[in-house]
Design a binder for this molecule. Structure first.
Ligand code: SF4
Length: 114
């Protein structure tokens, strides 16, 4: 099976072709650097995404958050369920850890809120 991807690691956006068989990567072409090859292999075998969302705050408002590192794509929905059950205690600063471990990543604040 052949799959064509646009690399999202840097602004060059190389067009990468990946040949797979039984979920195994046989050949990667079109990448300009090793990071692109690693991205393409990961995307075809175990895709990951950074999740951005909001969580409730102790004042009833919302604060924006994201996963510190990408998490498995198939865990996005479960991660949202976890975030819906979380309440962040104010004050919150950018980079504060809101949830310590969610599918191998942390949930961190992406805004300041007093
Ligand atoms: S393959 Fe390398 S140079 Fe090309 S878009 Fe990906 S990271 Fe950038």
């Amino acid at each position: 099976m052949e799959r064509k991807l646009t690399c999202i690691i840097c602004p060059l956006g190389c067009e990468i072709t990946v040949q797979t068989e039984d979920k195994k990567v046989l050949k990667v072409s079109g990448h300009t650097c090793p990071r692109g090859k690693a991205y393409a292999e990961s995307e075809c075998t175990a895709p990951k995404r950074t999740l951005t969302s909001t969580v409730r705050c102790s004042d009833g408002g919302l604060v924006s958050v994201k996963t510190q590192t990408p998490i498995p794509k198939e865990k996005m929905s479960e991660c949202m369920t976890i975030l819906n059950s979380v309440t962040a205690t104010l004050p919150v600063s950018i980079g504060d850890v809101i949830v310590e471990d969610v599918f191998g990543s942390r949930i961190v604040a992406t805004q300041n809120k007093a």
